[in-house]
Design a protein around this ligand. Structure first.
Ligand code: SAH
Length: 344
């Protein structure tokens, strides 16, 4: 008999599970039990102790629990855990566990590789491998919780890939992890970061007005943004700013702008003043990120003094700004590097 191709059960919603269990002749409420077990991070159907063995066996005939395997792990003194996860088909992505004063957070990937081509980023150097499903995004959270034994109360979709280039996977993930019968993560505890795919930003504001939005800006104007972020050629600076304003008007929520400060590229006082001029008076927040060095790329982080000066200019203009705390600096920092190292 030919092997049937099994499906990842983590991709299936509670409603979908109801259809499956009733189709197998079982009671509806079993779906809720199964969904609850999956959110606990069980690795085997036989761990679902209150589900009858006959149903567990029939499920395992057609489905597998698609938790990724940790194939490399780095632990920092500050508690940060960076992990290279591998899915059943060999696809590899990175996830990072971080401890903050407000609780534990995980940075997950939405794609393996990326096709956005940002020039300072390691994840995009070999292009896009493939997008992840919602269940595979959830799988990173569950596998990381299993690995660390720690609760994870915040998720940022800021790892490898462009989440708005995989809207289906992203929206499935948000619904799955938010569901009260499963992981039950609050929408406000999720942050999605985009390089600025404007049409999808609009859709996201409609679908998930409570989820936090971060926009990778990295430049104070179109000319400079185009030089490091090819996406700017498609979606221009002014249009992006207008879309962010629209987002804020519609949702009443601030947009966080990420700005990686790169030595000699976007770190001048003029850049800071221009950015401040644009953002003054907005409901916004600027997160300055010391650039992580990426092998094979020429860009370097701005000096600390330059980053502080940049921050002060924004601050003096009343633009809320913070410098991102560097976590895990004693392990491979920039996202995408662990995967490349393995392949190289
Ligand atoms: N594609 C999405 C999310 C993934 S990247 C986005 O562009 O927002 C997450 C963040 O890390 C982005 O702000 C990205 O620009 C930034 N980033 C990429 N490479 C970096 C590097 N070498 N140093 C610091 N930040 C980097």
């Amino acid at each position: 008999m030919q092997d049937r191709i099994k499906e990842n059960i983590l991709n299936i919603s509670p409603a979908g599970l109801e259809e499956i269990v009733t189709g197998l002749g079982d009671k509806k409420f079993r779906a809720k039990q199964i969904f609850g077990w999956l959110a606990k991070g069980v690795t085997d159907f036989d761990m679902m102790s209150n589900v009858p063995a006959s149903l567990r066996n029939r499920l395992s005939d057609s489905y597998f629990i698609g938790l990724p395997e940790a194939v490399r792990e780095q632990r920092s003194k500050d508690g940060t855990v960076k992990c290279l996860f591998r899915f059943a088909d060999g696809t590899e992505v990175e996830s990072v566990f971080m401890q903050y004063s407000y609780g534990n957070s995980i940075c997950i990937s939405s794609q393996s590789g990326c096709r956005m081509g940002c020039r300072f980023c390691a994840s995009t150097m070999d292009g896009l491998d493939r997008s992840l499903s919602g269940g595979e995004m959830l799988g990173q959270v569950l596998a990381m919780r299993n690995l660390t034994g720690e609760d994870i109360g915040h998720v940022v979709v800021m790892g490898m890939g462009e989440p708005f280039d995989n809207y289906e996977g992203l929206s499935d993930f948000i619904r799955l992890i938010h569901d009260e019968n499963g992981y039950g993560l609050g929408l406000r505890n999720i942050t999605v970061s985009t390089c600025g795919l404007i049409p999808v930003m609009k859709r996201f504001a409609e679908d998930f007005p409570q989820v936090n939005l971060a926009v990778s800006l990295h430049a104070p104007n179109q000319e400079m943004r185009e030089k490091t972020m090819p996406v700017a050629k498609k979606y221009g600076y002014d249009e992006l700013m207008a879309a962010c304003r629209e987002y804020t008007d519609k949702t009443g929520r601030r947009v966080t702008f990420e700005y990686a400060v790169i030595d000699g590229v976007n770190d001048s006082e003029e850049c800071a003043a221009e950015l401040a001029g644009r953002l003054k008076g907005w409901l916004t927040h600027v997160n300055l990120i010391p650039l992580n060095k990426v092998e094979g790329r020429d860009f370097r982080a701005a000096k600390d003094s330059g980053i502080h000066r940049f921050r002060d200019i924004l601050d003096n203009n009343g633009v809320p700004v913070t410098i991102r705390r560097t976590l895990g600096s004693d392990i491979d920092a920039a996202c995408g590097q662990l995967r490349r190292k393995r392949q190289g």
